[in-house]
Design a protein around this ligand. Structure first.
Ligand SMILES: Nc1ncnc2c1ncn2[C@@H]1O[C@H](COP(=O)(O)OP(=O)(O)OP(=O)(O)O)[C@@H](O)[C@H]1O
Ligand SMILES: O=P(O)(O)OC[C@@]1(O)O[C@H](CO)[C@@H](O)[C@@H]1O
Length: 302
């Protein structure tokens, strides 16, 4: 079974504006609400690829109730969210005008007892399972949380994927995550450097592997991605061709494609093609990329 953990899910309020003017009243042209958060996004595409998963995480308040309902009833995903008492599930604003601007909320108050409940849920994981820890955590949570979740799972053969930034990610490396997927900016932030060339991307990606990650996938939006696989091979790929409609979540869909590729026994080179097709299919779709769109994108690499 595949489990996705979204500690800080969100209702994504996606609007388009003619052009955004700071300090003015801005009226939207279109508006949509999606049930989001990185782990949930991964589960959405896994379903599209025919893979079952269970969504874990924390929800709170009226937005949390709506999120939990939407994930089950509208997305048709299996979820076991833990409801926490204080605060509310975020509403993240994604505004598309001349540029894409995002305002991500802070999330509810998650206490030690809530984390213990999640850890109890995760005790059910068995050898062969995949655990995907994706996204930021509510501001009240410690940056050691992902590492803390991985520690007791060390004795089991579980593939753990971590898609997070900064300390949250760095602290997990000694537990040898199967895959990490920072984007290029996040990679630069991890080492407090500026990265300009693909050689620099590779150098810092290899450092993350030396620090413990098995596979390191660096996404670079329209410039494609670079995978340093567990055998130390460097795999470089560009992007699918199409018209970009919505690149929010492209990285999550890429993670889902990577997991699906690995589980079906594909080589890392082919897994990267599927991951790229999922990222591209998302960028070229307004909402969730459909299986047909992903298959169309896969053909671009045939
Ligand atoms: N403009 C684009 N054109 C084509 N493909 C794209 C584009 N943007 C993203 N993609 C695809 O999606 C992949 C992941 O994108 P990106 O690097 O933006 O992820 P990310 O920063 O993690 O995104 P997010 O945080 O929104 O999920 C890219 O490697 C590429 O395959
Ligand atoms: O604040 P985080 O957890 O880093 O990112 C949250 C988020 O921006 O990530 C997804 C896109 O990747 C969205 O569905 C969601 O709003």
């Amino acid at each position: 079974m595949i489990y996705t953990v979204t500690m800080n899910p969100a209702l994504d309020y996606v609007v388009t504006v003619e052009s955004f003017a700071a300090g003015e009243v801005n009226r939207v042209k279109t508006e949509h609400v999606y049930f989001g958060g990185k782990g949930i996004n991964v589960s959405k595409i896994l379903k599209e690829l025919g893979l079952e998963s269970q969504c874990f995480g924390f929800v709170a308040g009226f937005t949390g109730k709506e999120l939990a309902r939407g994930v089950e009833e509208e997305l048709g995903l299996c979820s076991r969210f833990i409801e926490v008492a204080d605060g509310m599930t975020r509403i993240n604003v994604k505004m598309r005008g001349d540029q894409e601007t995002e305002i991500n909320g802070m999330g509810p108050v998650v206490r030690d007892g809530d984390v213990e409940k999640l850890q109890t849920q995760l005790e059910a994981l068995n050898d062969g399972d995949v655990l995907i820890l994706s996204g930021s955590v509510p501001q009240t949570m410690d940056a050691k949380i992902y590492a803390g979740i991985m520690k007791p799972l060390q004795s089991k053969e579980i593939k753990v994927v971590v898609d997070a930034t900064g300390e949250l990610l760095l602290r997990t490396l000694s537990y040898r995550p199967f895959l990490i997927k920072p984007n290029k900016d996040e990679l630069a932030d991890l080492f407090e450097v500026e990265i300009h060339t693909i050689e620099e991307v590779e150098r810092y990606a290899r450092k993350l592997q030396d620090m413990g990650a098995q596979n390191v996938l660096i996404s670079m939006a329209k410039d494609g991605s670079l995978l340093i696989d567990e055998d130390g091979q460097s795999n470089r790929i560009g992007v699918c061709q199409g018209e970009v409609v919505n690149s929010v979540g492209a990285g999550d869909y890429m993670v889902a494609g990577f997991v699906a590729g690995c589980l079906s026994g594909k080589s890392y080179a082919d897994t990267l093609k599927l991951a790229t097709a999922c990222g591209g299919a998302t960028a070229f779709s307004r909402d969730l990329a459909k299986r047909e769109k992903i298959e169309e994108m896969v053909k671009q690499w045939a």
